[in-house]
Design a protein. Structure first.
Length: 70
């Protein structure tokens, strides 16, 4: 990717508050973002999909743990 010419806008305290870039650079950035948003990440997440089998009712477990505190 080509270097992007940018101007940083600051407030009275010299803290950065905005960035100005050329419109052509902005269009290129939008095109890159659109390409990445179209990619489907679902197959990558499928490796983590599954079902858990609980051996204890969650509310019973919560009560048991709270009883240990008192």
């Amino acid at each position: 990717m080509k270097p992007i010419k940018k101007q940083i806008v600051t407030d009275e305290s010299m803290r950065p508050v905005a960035v100005l870039i050329d419109y052509e650079d902005w269009q290129a950035i939008e095109q890159i973002l659109a390409t990445h948003q179209q990619q489907d990440i679902t197959p990558a997440l499928a490796a983590y999909a599954g079902v858990i089998q609980l051996t204890v009712d969650p509310l019973d477990y919560q009560q048991q743990i709270r009883d240990e505190w008192s």
